[in-house]
Design a protein around this ligand. Structure first.
Ligand code: PLP
Length: 396
């Protein structure tokens, strides 16, 4: 195995079904833009798959979260709690709604939002008021919470929903990374008031770019559709009831999404098999811990991720990443936690140090659904060779 081995990407889309045929239909009929049969079909199929009554397709996952927050009534000046350990889109979407993120750290075990921090926060740093739960530090009302189901796992939604209903805080799930994951037999994204998904190129399935909002509430679904389609009154006249968003998913992208939905179960199976293979090969390697979910979660392993104990492994996660890059294997660290991000470090936060440690110690390794056995072997051999070299250095 050398640097001249072919480049192995972190996570690439898999286009192997009816994508060409459906896109060709769009091009042949010129139904490429903001309405069309594939948009309707995509909404229907996605809603059915997750077990939600309604779905509203939008241009990307960020737009989905933004529109969902406005739909549930988040207003400028409100506060919205969200996971500190997340891709920046979650916190950005809160800012797009004019609200202020309050960043909640992760729990050590499965790296999801730490609900015990929320419980302490409400008791010790907030006070109930007629308008809602008020953050004593900022004086603002906490209107909503956006738990992020990190890496294809799930936040403990029973406990989170209990907390949210006690304090009258609306739950909008960021399930961008977790399409297909189950929590206690229910699909992730269907346990809050609204749930949001992304179909960016690196997700379990892709539209090229795309997103969707799901809900069981007809009024909220209609409002989300209205807001995301420029708040236009149906009909010939250009009448817009308020300042809406042009967040419509083009039919030609929905066509790709429909073809990908047909492959979703197969993709999720492949991810689970790869997780098992990585576990088999790396599970007992000194200093390496593989991310996993608790028993009540059937995870999809969006990105297979390892945690490196530098002392025991012999080198840091960043050094391991450099070693694998030399072997033409692409890896990447977890996201810089939002409380450290120049974009969001001014936000109020509830921290316990976990997300900062995970940022230092974790590495996502190749995760494409098309990963072959020999490619998995290449990755694990690369990690083992790094351990051997680091061990050699330690011994010298
Ligand atoms: C947790 C999370 N939220 C939101 C998004 C945003 O989705 P998009 O890139 O489709 O805007 C992503 C991924 O891209 C994500 O990982």
């Amino acid at each position: 195995m050398t640097a001249s081995s072919p480049f192995l990407p972190l996570c690439e889309p898999n286009i192997q079904g009816n994508e060409w045929a459906y896109v060709k239909e769009c091009l042949d009929t010129a139904w490429v833009s903001s309405v069309g049969r594939f948009v309707d079909k995509f909404e229907q199929v996605a809603a059915d798959y997750v077990g939600a009554k309604y779905a509203v397709a939008v241009v990307n996952g960020t737009a989905a979260i933004h529109a969902a927050l406005v739909t549930v009534g988040v207003e400028p000046g409100d506060e919205v709690l969200c996971s500190d350990l997340t891709f920046v889109a979650t916190a950005n979407a809160i800012r797009h709604a004019g609200a202020h993120p309050v960043l909640v750290d992760a729990e050590e075990q499965h790296w999801q939002l730490d609900i015990s921090l929320l419980e302490k926060f409400a008791e010790e740093r907030c006070q109930p008021s007629e308008q809602g739960l008020r953050n004593r530090n900022t004086g603002r009302i906490i209107r909503a919470i956006v738990p992020v189901h990190v890496l294809g796992g799930a936040v403990d939604m029973s406990r989170l929903n209990k907390w949210a209903s006690k304090w009258n805080v609306v739950v909008v799930e960021d399930a961008a990374e977790a399409l297909g994951a189950d929590y206690r037999g229910r699909r992730v994204g269907t346990m809050g008031t609204m749930g949001c998904f992304s179909f960016n190129g690196n997700k379990v399935i892709t539209c090229g770019g795309g997103g969707i909002i799901v809900t069981d509430d007809l009024k909220l679904a209609e409002r989300a559709k209205h807001l995301t389609t420029t708040a236009k009154v149906p009909g010939e006249e250009y009448v817009h009831t308020e300042i809406g968003f042009n967040y419509r998913l083009p039919n030609v992208l929905a066509a790709i999404g429909c073809a990908q939905m047909e492959l979703l179960d197969q993709f999720v199976d492949a991810k689970r098999q790869t997780a098992a293979r990585y576990r088999e090969a790396l599970g007992s390697l000194e200093g390496i811990k593989l991310w996993d979910a608790p028993a009540e979660v059937n995870a999809t392993y969006w990105l297979h991720t390892i945690r490196v104990d530098a002392q025991r492994f012999g080198c840091s996660a960043r050094q391991l990443m450099a070693h694998l890059a030399n072997l033409n294997i692409q890896c990447r660290p977890l996201w810089q936690p939002m409380h450290l991000s120049p974009a969001h470090q001014a936000c109020d936060s509830i921290l316990n140090g976990v997300s900062t440690r995970l940022f230092d110690e974790c590495l996502s390794i190749p995760s494409s659904v098309s990963l072959t056995s020999s490619q998995i072997d290449r990755v694990t051999a690369g990690i083992v060779s790094c351990a051997a070299e680091a061990g050699g250095r330690k011994a010298a």
